[in-house]
Design a protein around this ligand. Structure first.
Ligand SMILES: Nc1ncnc2c1ncn2[C@@H]1O[C@H](COP(=O)(O)OP(=O)(O)OP(=O)(O)O)[C@@H](O)[C@H]1O
Ligand code: SF4
Ligand SMILES: [Mg+2]
Length: 415
């Protein structure tokens, strides 16, 4: 059985690591050490009869893989901490993040600007600057990325871990054609000839919905629209059939209608290559529609993690409730009042004692001043992996709508 990352409330017995598998047999990062063959993804739809297939609503929640075993872990992050020494002091950007990503699932990471979403994901990709101080473990299929050589990390990146960033223009080289860049992504990881790599590039452009894919291989990035460039980035992320795609704000730079198309395409492609996705976004609305599980970050730490239904409908952390109260509910058709969370996140250089959310929290009391709460089980019967970091999580359990705690004075009394 997979060990839990989080102790139960009232118990401090931690967890142990597990090592479900190894990276590449030859130690180079080549998939399974099988050598030069181009990976055959098979037709889209392969492997869809699992918990994290395209029927996303049915797949929500952890486990529940139907007749077989639950999906295996691809990524396990344990107590990750990242800090940056600066002239003003040490920025504690990530302060103990633990989470798991299973095969084919969509994990949504949300949180305000500066909460450590990108830094924690950069650590997974081995892309943090050398000045960063990193501790903890990041297990990809059981092997710790943090103790790998840089060469081995490079072998993993782009092959087993695909990436999609916010701004494709910074990731694409303006002086090379789209075809050359896609082919290079194949050639740098697989011993195939250029013709095979270009064929794969064309297939991928087609998969992400670029019309006349063969002709467009000869285009340069500036000849594509923003949405098309982001499709190219998705093609690049999946061209080697990764196990997990990390997408950091992949649609923020696009207009709203294109955003929806790109997200839909990302999910379609994820299903086609059987990958998991870690989707970082500010937008809880996006998460609601597509994530199986949600991780809420605040001030460098996860403060609530669980299946999407658990986090949205059985919220146990006031910050999550505040976020939920600040987005429009579709069914209210604009009649509900939005309640932004007042105040600002704390400085990551000079963290106050106690709970970092305390100055903004309507439930804060003396206990919150004394100690920062651990991330502990909420005792959720429907989602045993639902955890929250709050001394007063049970106060949220006692009310039907925890967003009401964020009522303003003019709206009347709080629950
Ligand atoms: N190289 C660095 N040196 C110093 N501080 C850094 C560095 N990189 C990130 N930080 C700081 O780490 C904190 C977390 O940054 P991060 O980029 O992870 O935030 P984020 O949650 O992704 O925010 P956003 O939603 O704005 O992208 C921020 O305070 C940021 O200023
Ligand atoms: S620990 Fe206290 S201050 Fe922090 S979120 Fe919970 S109630 Fe609010
Ligand atoms: Mg970011």
């Amino acid at each position: 059985m997979t060990p839990s990352l989080w102790p139960r409330r009232g118990s401090r017995s931690g967890s142990g690591p597990d090592s479900p598998g190894q990276l590449g047999a030859d130690g180079t990062g080549d998939r399974d050490g099988t050598g030069p063959e181009v990976l055959d993804f098979g037709p889209p739809g392969r492997g869809r009869d699992d918990a994290f297939g395209p029927d996303r609503a049915a797949g929500r929640g952890t486990g529940g893989a139907g007749p077989g075993a639950p999906p295996a872990e691809v990524l396990r992050v344990e107590n990750l901490a990242v800090s940056f020494p600066t002239e003003d002091g040490t920025v504690r950007a990530v302060r103990g993040a633990s989470y798991v990503v299973h095969e084919r699932e969509v994990l949504g990471i949300v949180g305000e600007s500066g909460s450590g979403k990108s830094v924690s994901s950069m650590a997974v990709m081995g892309l943090l600057p050398r000045t960063a101080r990193i501790s903890g473990r990041i297990l990809f299929r059981g092997e710790d990325i943090l103790t790998m050589s840089r060469r081995r990390q490079r072998g993993l990146r782009g092959l087993r871990i695909g990436m999609v960033f916010q701004d494709p223009m910074t990731a694409l080289n303006p002086v090379h054609t789209i075809g050359d860049q896609l082919a290079e992504a194949v050639l740098s990881h697989q011993l195939v000839d250029r013709k095979v790599a270009l064929t794969r590039a064309e297939e991928m452009l087609d998969l992400v919905g670029i019309p006349q894919a063969r002709a467009r291989l000869r285009s340069y990035p500036h000849e594509f629209s923003g949405g098309m460039r982001q499709r190219v980035m998705i093609a690049m992320a999946v061209i080697n059939g990764p196990d997990v795609i990390i997408a950091d704000e992949p649609t923020t730079a696009l207009d709203v209608t294109v955003q929806a198309q790109i997200l839909e395409k990302l999910l379609e492609v994820k299903d086609a290559v059987n990958a998991a996705i870690v989707l970082i976004t500010h937008d809880l609305g996006v998460i609601a529609g597509i994530a199986h599980r949600v991780l809420v970050m605040y001030a460098g730490r996860p403060v609530e993690i669980g299946g999407t239904d658990a986090v949205f409908y059985r919220t146990r952390m006031p910050y999550t409730a505040g976020l939920l109260g600040s987005i429009p509910a579709l069914e209210s058709a604009g009649t509900d009042r939005l309640r932004p969370i007042g105040g600002f996140p704390p400085s990551l250089i000079d963290m106050p004692a106690g709970c970092p959310f305390r100055p903004r929290c309507p439930l804060a009391d003396d206990a919150c001043r004394q100690a920062e709460p651990d991330l502990l089980s909420t005792g959720d019967e429907d989602d045993p992996d639902h955890v929250a970091a709050c001394h007063h999580w049970d106060a949220l359990a006692a009310v039907p709508d925890p967003t009401e705690f964020f009522r303003t004075e003019s709206e009347g009394k709080r629950p």
